[in-house]
Design a protein around this ligand. Structure first.
Ligand SMILES: [Zn+2]
Length: 149
């Protein structure tokens, strides 16, 4: 398995010498052997299954301070960065791998909107005494104030 580095100036490049990923090894075990500590993770869920999992690691010192592992169904990729600025740039670049498809989000929103309207008989973005008493009271007070003018 190839290990890549990332920097904004160079982009992605092969890292010729790094520890080998052993067959069947979990990403976190590999990172641990390389001296990295996990601090964050992102995952894309498609149909309830996680398709791509991104885990992020840091190391206190060394030429490489940060590591990201993209673990998908078919392949794992290791990407190293030198500092936090490059790590953030890399995370922005990798976001596409873990973005929930907007299609499925839109579908979920439509279904929830319809359910809400069926139960409450009003638009989900407005409030009634049942679903949001505090907001409903505020709305009433606001329209009262408007009428008093
Ligand atoms: Zn309501």
């Amino acid at each position: 398995m190839e290990v890549l580095s990332y920097s904004q100036a160079v982009g992605f490049a092969l890292v010729p010498e790094f520890i080998e990923w052993e067959v069947g090894e979990e990403p976190i075990a590999f990172a641990d052997r390389a001296g990295f500590f996990m601090y964050d993770a992102d995952a894309a869920y498609v149909g309830g299954e996680s398709e791509n999992v991104l885990t992020y690691y840091y190391k206190k010192d060394g030429p490489w301070r940060y590591m990201a592992i993209l673990d998908s169904i078919s392949i794992s990729r290791v990407i190293l960065t030198e500092n936090q600025a490059e790590e953030i740039a890399l995370r922005l670049k990798l976001m596409a791998f873990v973005a929930t498809p907007s299609d499925s989000l839109n579908r979920i929103n439509t279904v929830l909107d319809r359910l809400f309207r069926a139960y409450h008989g009003h638009d989900p973005l407005t409030a009634c005494n049942e679903c949001d008493p505090a907001q409903a009271r505020e709305d009433r007070e606001f329209s009262n104030r408007l009428q008093q003018r």
